[in-house]
Every structure is written in structure tokens, then in C-alpha cells.
Design a protein around this ligand. Structure first.
Ligand SMILES: [Zn+2]
Ligand SMILES: [Zn+2]
Length: 297
């Protein structure tokens, strides 16, 4: 069980709500939420009028086009509200003041574990409307993880993931869902990454023109170039948060990627006077001189 004392700061009242998300869960995840809602006698309101719970999640999502559907679940004293904003991500909000004790915190983790189990997806708790910066994550098998403390995020300390079992039976090792981290090259162009993969990796730190993300499943770190209309964006796997900026920006890594993406080295010598290096396939220059000339891909 995650200790409440480690997480209390996530719920300090600041006038904003907290969100629970199933990112990318789609309609099946909304259906999972409705199944849970039915076990708790939850209510649906549409523009303030009480209605029976919809049989299908798509009905509530369709209502959203012109009305304001609101699903409210009372989970052991915690009010959880879903507004059906988007079909793609299940989103619920809660008032952080409701999480005021050990028991309430356990109940919230219990809800997240139930939703994760029901949907087969990791469930995260985030600041309001800030799905890229989760505080906590709970896996479908019930493992609860502190992703990053609220105030120290990006400051280097205390942002290590802690893996603690939320269930009382912790005898069997946690079974983690598959991730893409080992299926992609450790250095590649961002547009070669599997669709939606990078966006699903929670942000753990940032630097100018660079962000650090961490896989919730295998805990790999990935440094991602920021957007720049003149540059080819690159994503680099780094071993830890130590020196991650330097490692990610290492020119040798990027030159190696340039060389690989152009098919490797050819037989001829670089045309640059006195160089002697081997050309990059399809060019008359070596990789160093191509790089010097501003070629990045
Ligand atoms: Zn991974
Ligand atoms: Zn050269």
C-alpha cells in the first residue's frame, strides 16, 4: 500500500480539482466505468435533470454534443464526476478536499485499481486538466506508483518512481502490460515512433527544447526533442535522470542516427580536402562533414 504521508501533498486544496484518467481507453473504458457506476447506484444528470444511467456509453457521449451529461459516483465518500468530454479518454474529476485521511486515500486508490482492472488500462491521477503530468498511476493488476511529487517535479530530487503494491497480497510479482520501449531503436526520429506511444509516456522533467518522459510499464526513460520547425526531432533512450540532457543532446548519437538513416557508409573517401573519412551513402561527404553542413537527416 502506498503510504498516505507520501501522497498528502497531491491533495492540498488549491482551488482546482484533480482528474482521474484512462488515457486512450476509448469506448470500452467508458463501458467499464459504467459497469462500476451501476454497482454504486450512481446517478446521471443531464442539464441538471436526473436520468437513469445510459445502457451504452456512446449514448452519454452523444448527449454531450448538445447537452451537459454528468455521471456522479459516490465512492466511499469521495465524489467522482464524469462529464463525457471525449470518447477517447475516460476522465473523472474530484475535489482534493475529499481526500483528507488515510481511509479516503485508500478508497481512492481502490477506485483507481477497480477502474484499471475493469478496463485493463493504467489509470492515472493528475492535476486538473493536466494529463501529461500525473501524480500517481495504478496498473490493471493493482500496483500503485508515485509518478512525481507535486512541487519537486523537474527539480531532480524525489522524482524517482516508487513501486508499491496497492493490494494486500503482494506475494506474486507484479505483472506488467507490454510496452513499445524494446521494439523501437534507442535513438530514432520522432516521426518514426509508433503512433500515440510517446504522448502516452508521462512527463517527468523538462529542459529547454527537451522533455524527459518515463514508461510506466518498464520504467525506461526517453528524452524527446521539443518542436522546432527547422530541426528533425529525435527521441533518445537514456539510462536515468542523471545527465539526461547531455546524454540526449550528444552529437555522436545524432550523427550515428543520420548515418543509419541514410544507409550507412560507402566506399569512397569524403570529398572534403584532406578529410579521408568514408562518405555517407548517396553523398560525397562523410557524416562529420554532412553534419557540419547542417544535414540532420
Ligand atoms: Zn516501456
Ligand atoms: Zn569528411
Amino acid at each position: 500500500m502506498l503510504p498516505w504521508s507520501d501522497c498528502e501533498a497531491f491533495f492540498e486544496p488549491d482551488g482546482s480539482l484533480r482528474d482521474v484518467y484512462v488515457i486512450g481507453g476509448g469506448i470500452p473504458a467508458w463501458e467499464g466505468l459504467l459497469r462500476i457506476a451501476r454497482t454504486r447506484d450512481a446517478g446521471l444528470e443531464v442539464d441538471g435533470e436526473e436520468r437513469p444511467l445510459p445502457a451504452l456509453a456512446t449514448e452519454a457521449l452523444a448527449l454531450r454534443q448538445a447537452r451537459s451529461p454528468l455521471l456522479s459516483i459516490d465512492w466511499d465518500g469521495i465524489g467522482l464526476n464524469a462529464h463525457f468530454f471525449a470518447a477517447e479518454d475516460v476522465e473523472l474529476d474530484l475535489d482534493p478536499r475529499a481526500i483528507c485521511s488515510d481511509e479516503r486515500f485508500e478508497a481512492l486508490i481502490g477506485f483507481m485499481a477497480t477502474l484499471a482492472g475493469e478496463t485493463g488500462k493504467t489509470v492515472i491521477l493528475t492535476p486538473e486538466n493536466d494529463q501529461g503530468r500525473p501524480y500517481l498511476a495504478v496498473s490493471p493488476t493493482g500496483e500503485a506508483v508515485v509518478v512525481a511529487p507535486p512541487s519537486t517535479r523537474g527539480a531532480g530530487e524525489g522524482s524517482d518512481l516508487q513501486l508499491v503494491s496497492a493490494s494486500t497480497e503482494s506475494a506474486s510479482p507484479p505483472r506488467m502490460p507490454a510496452c513499445a520501449c524494446d521494439d523501437v531503436p534507442p535513438v530514432h526520429y520522432l516521426d518514426e515512433a509508433p503512433e500515440g506511444w510517446v504522448g502516452g509516456l508521462p512527463l517527468v522533467a523538462s529542459a529547454p527544447w527537451l522533455t524527459l518522459r518515463r514508461c510506466q510499464t518498464c520504467r525506461a526513460y526517453w528524452a524527446v526533442d521539443g518542436w522546432d520547425k527547422y530541426a528533425e526531432r529525435v527521441i533518445v533512450r537514456v539510462p536515468s535522470e542523471d545527465d539526461w540532457v547531455e546524454r540526449a543532446q550528444a552529437i555522436e548519437l545524432r550523427k550515428a542516427l543520420l548515418l543509419r538513416s541514410r544507409g550507412g557508409a560507402g566506399e569512397e573517401a569524403c570529398a572534403w580536402a584532406g578529410c579521408g573519412g568514408r562518405v555517407v551513402v548517396g553523398t560525397v561527404l562523410c557524416v562529420d562533414h554532412l553534419w557540419e553542413g547542417g544535414v540532420r537527416r
